[in-house]
Design a protein around this ligand. Sequence first.
Ligand SMILES: Cc1ncc(COP(=O)(O)O)c(C=O)c1O
Length: 385
Amino acid sequence: MQVPFTRPYLAGNELLYIEDVLTSVCQGGHISGDGKYSRMVHETIEKTFGARKALLTTSGTTSLELATQLLDLKFGDEVIVPSYTFSSTVNPVVLAGARPVFADICPDTLNIDPDEIRRKITKKTRAIFPVHYGGVSCAMDEIMEISADHKLSVVEDAAQAVNARYRGRYLGTIGDFGCYSFHETKNYTCGEGGALLINSEDPEILERAEVLREKGTNRNKFDRGEVDKYTWVDIGSSYLPSDILAAVLYAQLEKLDEIQKMRMEIWDTYNRAFKPFEERGMIRLPVVPRYAEHNAHLFYIIFRDEMTRDLVMSRLKSSGIRAVFHYVPLHSSPMGLKMGSRKKDLPVTEEMSSRLLRFPIYAGMEHEILEYIVQKTISILKELE
Ligand SMILES: Cc1ncc(COP(=O)(O)O)c(C=O)c1O
């Protein structure tokens, strides 16, 4: 049996809505960005999650780029980021000429440690980019308090955290900006896609976001009939996905809770099955603080050391099960080292990333497959005990 690590789930109406977009062309419809389905997705994200404004982008990466451009960072500014994340959290900071300052993570949630943020603040700090790892919320009250005390912006990297909450509030709607990913590895997908959530009350920020997203033009204003022609007004890029992709995403968002429930059942099954090994001190399972309602984006086990993790990974692989490690910490990556970080700078990050193994999790996973993974893992764990 071959078990993939992840597999995109089709919610049902994707083809119907794609066909609708394509046939609408004959009646004057559009397949470019900001068509009917893009508008419906924007409305769904705003109503369901409570974002003041949502704007679809071509990826989680470009939503982070757009958020960063809206911060107007200058050369020498500093942004505090976890190192235990994907390069997309940090690339926009570097592209803006600013300096990412890597902070260590908490050993329980593997999210950025608020005490580390406090330690790393300097006169040059302008923003904090918390990443909600695996859809489990960062300690947002503390992070928002720090940002208020030091007048820093907060960009939530909620790429993995769509439909997850912190004390009842949806992730991505708490900081100044929230960034979602709809890549095929995420809970809700259109292949490649993302969204920028703008939570500020400032109308100028919203207007600027629309302009930067539309190649630096005021085209959105023109489309709404607010100006009689559109023109170049700022430095921007093209961040709109085609309405064909928005149609796919709309079909996924229609099944928001159903998809989450399917993932949650898998997450709970793993958690229940492996709990006895945690109780005997052999492994550690994901920690979900009381303030967090996660979205079952990831399930992982932390082993006692890297050697045991690698051994379990290769034993699962020989049984056809793809279980995988996660981020190579950015501060110790070739690019991080080039930028002046040193390998031993962030001990918790180094330690946790070397011992973590992620298990297959995707909506629509067949019951027999789940049972096969659980039984194989239990027998490997028993042998290692
Ligand atoms: C934490 C985090 N941020 C950003 C991204 C980038 O998202 P995308 O692949 O949609 O560009 C990812 C993707 O895996 C991610 O895990």
